[in-house]
Design a protein around this ligand. Sequence first.
Ligand code: C5P
Length: 395
Amino acid sequence: MNGKRILLIIGGGIAAYKSCELVRVLRRRGASVRCVVTKSGQKFVTPMTLAALSEDKVYTDLFDLKDEAEMGHIQLSRQADLLVVAPATADLMAKMAAGIADDLATTLLLATDKPVLVVPAMNVRMWDHPATRRNVATLRADGLTVLDPDEGPMACGEFGPGRLPEPEAIADAIATQLDPAAKPLTGKHALVTAGPTQEPIDPVRVIANRSSGLQGFAIAEALAKAGARVTLVAGPVSLPTPAGVNRINVETAAQMAAAVDQSLPADVAVMVAAVADWRVDAAPAKLKKEAGPPQLNWQKNPDILATLCASPQRPHLVIGFAAETEDAADQGAAKRLRKGCDWIVANNVSQDPMGGTQNRVHLIHADGTENWDRMDKAQVAQQLVQRISDAFCGN
Ligand code: C5P
């Protein structure tokens, strides 16, 4: 970040206090930071604090004639290498999405010709509100990068997505913005499914499979490291969420299908989950073993991968997995055509890679099959993400 100039716009939310730390982190990494605080932002942090931390003048007012004489707002918005809005409130994003310019911050954002990184923070219900969802989608479609907020306990006492990411994580995202070559998937949304699904038989019993989630989580992590915004739809596994990944926990195939649908649009989808093929009509109360083996009414689960491939919102690149116990490469090639996906990663599970840390896979695409060496699942993930990056960068 050495020598890079960042214009930090601070909106009015309790998370504004973290912007003070962000200024310090960015300066420690070699960037210079100039701050603009909205009127409501000044209720949470004072211009004097920010001036001391940034060692620069802090800008607050569009109609400060002295500033216009010294430096016009157009110049201010274009002198920076990157504009960062943190915290971005629901109100500020709504104005940005609508092109409203009624104060210094919004005027700068409309006048700039520089990349803009938006870091939202708000109450979980405000984040989930359809109006905010719409505004975030508009900003992303306009080419701005909008980070997903962190999930956790909030200052308002509620729990969920809405927290401002930690300053170090925001600084990482800023570094990525400033050096896109280091992160080839910057600006891309990657959707990953991972782990098993569990289909209830009754309140205490489930139908499940042996998927550990390791391979899917490794892929989500590698995608995030390559700069993608990653949504990970995870079945029941006890793995930690990789850094920078937005995780949606589900149990059943139906819940996984709904979460995938709600996470669209995406540029690339990697469907690693071992989805249960069948579910049963779950009994509302625990089945008694004295009653003998239960009669289970089996029903087919939705094929999430095939549905995604046929969807009008089909991602540009869709990758499926095929776990086979024999003829993995041949079965995988047939599956690629049957499901309508671009690539299939096929592996032989007869030596139990489900749960193991290594995997030996075949990558099957329209031009044929590549047989990869046995390697760690993390390496499979890195190699696959390299191929995904090449596909987007035209290599
Ligand atoms: O048909 P099969 O289960 O072998 O297909 C495996 C691939 O399809 C994997 O990518 C898996 O995530 C996906 N799949 C799915 N929904 C299902 C079954 C499989 O998305 N119901």
